[in-house]
Design a protein around this ligand. Structure first.
Ligand SMILES: NC(=O)c1ccc[n+]([C@@H]2O[C@H](COP(=O)([O-])OP(=O)(O)OC[C@H]3O[C@@H](n4cnc5c(N)ncnc54)[C@H](O)[C@@H]3O)[C@@H](O)[C@H]2O)c1
Length: 244
């Protein structure tokens, strides 16, 4: 019997990296999963997995996603807002369209999907919202202003959700991954040896993270064992933030 037997989940950004590993873990634990990604992922060979190809930042995407989950499952227990993107430049030279796009995907879509799912999650016995922040929800990086701002805002949004939804037994938490080997970091890992070297050296565990490291943390926060944890930002970074 899995940890989430028969419960229903929406996972955005499900086609790659952290989202893909999370979907696999939730299926292993007995959940039904609506896998949401802008790229049509090949249909997972699993009776409990359903795909929806959509850009989460599109108008009405949140309503389309929740309607698909309700049509398929009749309930929404878990929302994992994971879809995200990097990009941009220094604030001075930032293209405002790129700024807007990063904010739309990394922040506004998270707000909209959480808002649309709340009425359904109130009926759940184990409502859980997990938003994917970053170590950049706490730290900052030059030329990463849009990403940093969006991930800081994820902390504020999630803390607010925790305060507003506690009375319904719904918890809201965010994860702060460090450097994880995924589609987002692959170009830097491949083109710049100093990228991996920097993050590996900063970690007392001396390695980059794997998508499963984050999926494990998400799985814990979704479990019954985490029912008294809410409004929390869980750092899963191999210790890099502890390095002066
Ligand atoms: N990889 C890291 O080092 C790292 C560190 C901190 C935080 N994160 C966060 O983890 C989350 C997942 O990223 P990842 O590292 O697994 O990268 P990834 O590129 O492997 O996966 C991201 C997935 O999200 C999807 N996606 C992106 N924009 C979308 C949109 N507008 N609509 C629908 N789907 C969309 C992509 O198609 C892709 O499948 C992101 O929010 C990212 O900011 C990653």
């Amino acid at each position: 019997m899995g940890l989430h037997q028969g419960l229903t989940a929406i996972v955005t950004g499900s086609a790659s990296g952290i989202g893909k590993a999370t979907v696999q873990r939730l299926l292993d634990e007995g959940a039904y999963v609506l896998c949401v990604d802008q790229h049509t992922n090949e249909q997972l060979d699993h009776d409990h997995a359903f795909n929806l190809a959509i850009d989460v930042a599109e108008d009405n995407a949140a309503e389309t996603i929740t309607a698909a989950a309700i049509a398929q499952f009749g309930s929404i227990d878990f929302v994992v807002n994971n879809a995200g993107m990097v990009g941009g430049s220094s604030i001075e030279s930032m293209d405002t369209q790129i700024w807007d796009r990063i904010m739309s995907v990394n922040l506004h879509a998270v707000f909209k999907l959480s808002k649309a799912a709340i009425p359904f999650m109130k009926a759940s016995q184990r409502g859980r919202i997990i938003n994917i922040g970053s170590v950049m929800s706490t730290l900052a990086g030059a030329a990463m202003g849009a990403y940093t701002s969006s991930k800081h805002a994820i902390a504020g949004l999630t803390k607010t959700l925790a305060l507003e939804l506690g009375e319904y037994g719904i918890t809201a938490n965010y994860i702060q991954p460090g450097a994880i080997i995924t589609g987002i970091t692959q170009p830097a890992i491949e083109s710049d040896p100093q990228f991996s070297e920097f993050w590996i050296n900063k970690s007392p565990l001396k390695r980059l993270g794997k998508p499963e490291d984050i999926a494990n943390a998400i799985n814990f926060l979704l479990s019954k064992d985490a029912s008294f944890i809410t409004g929390h930002g869980l750092v899963v970074d191999g210790g890099v933030m502890r390095q002066a």
